[in-house]
Design a protein around this ligand. Structure first.
Ligand code: GRF
Length: 209
């Protein structure tokens, strides 16, 4: 039996793209079952776009300020992503909340990785907020995006200790190591095995793709 075509991943980034890099590296192995077919961003000049270019992956940029309204930006982003016919869309450090058009098109297959153990510390300062609160354990959460801020059904979580002398930077970096491994493992499982969501519970199937 021939292997099925790899699942098509579109990855959205706003920054360094180290999560993207891990996906690019993993998908070099045909057994992974997925490949990154495009990388989108909300800004120019970021390492994430350079990483995509270095891997020969097409890129696109949709800057919010270049559109009259947020809905116009959302529609444009939706169209840009749709061009690449993704099986899964991955927000990997993408710092924009998408809107209704995007969720209508991809809400059943748009996932995000967050650098805290949700529902604690949502938003863009997960490690800083965890440190300020004084928790001893934090981590990373992979979830399906819904219309809220970091509120969607959870796919996986990994815990990371907070050390006494941590700064926001040291804690963020420790989280990112665990976060990248979690992302690669679960994206692979999602595309190879399929999934269902019932009453917020995400179940990855055991069958082979
Ligand atoms: C990740 O820790 C993500 O959770 C947070 O931003 C970071 C992105 O890192 N929102 P990178 O751009 O993948 O290196």
């Amino acid at each position: 039996m021939t292997d099925p075509a790899p699942a098509r991943l579109v990855v959205l980034v706003s920054g360094s793209g180290s999560n993207l890099q891990e996906l690019l590296d993993a998908s070099a192995d045909p057994a992974y079952g997925a490949k990154v077919v495009a990388v989108g961003a909300d800004r120019d000049g970021i390492a994430g776009l350079d990483r995509a270019a270095a891997a020969g992956v097409p890129t696109f940029v949709a800057k919010l300020k270049e559109f009259a309204t947020r809905d116009d930006w959302d529609a444009a982003l939706t169209a840009l992503v749709a061009e690449h016919k993704p099986d899964l869309v991955i927000s990997a450090g993408f710092l924009k909340l998408v809107g209704p058009a995007f969720l209508a098109a991809f809400g059943d297959r748009y996932i995000n990785t967050h650098n805290a153990l949700l529902p604690s510390f949502p938003g863009i300062h997960g490690p800083r907020d965890a440190l300020a609160y004084g928790v001893k354990i934090t981590g990373a959460t992979l979830f399906f995006v819904d219309a809220g801020v970091d509120t969607g059904p959870i796919i996986a979580q990994v815990s990371v200790p907070v050390l006494d002398d941590d700064t926001e930077e040291t804690l963020s970096e420790r989280i990112k190591v665990a976060e990248r491994a979690q992302l690669v493992e679960h994206v692979g499982r999602l595309v190879r095995e399929g999934w269902t969501i019932a009453e917020r519970k995400v179940r990855i199937h055991e069958r082979q793709r």
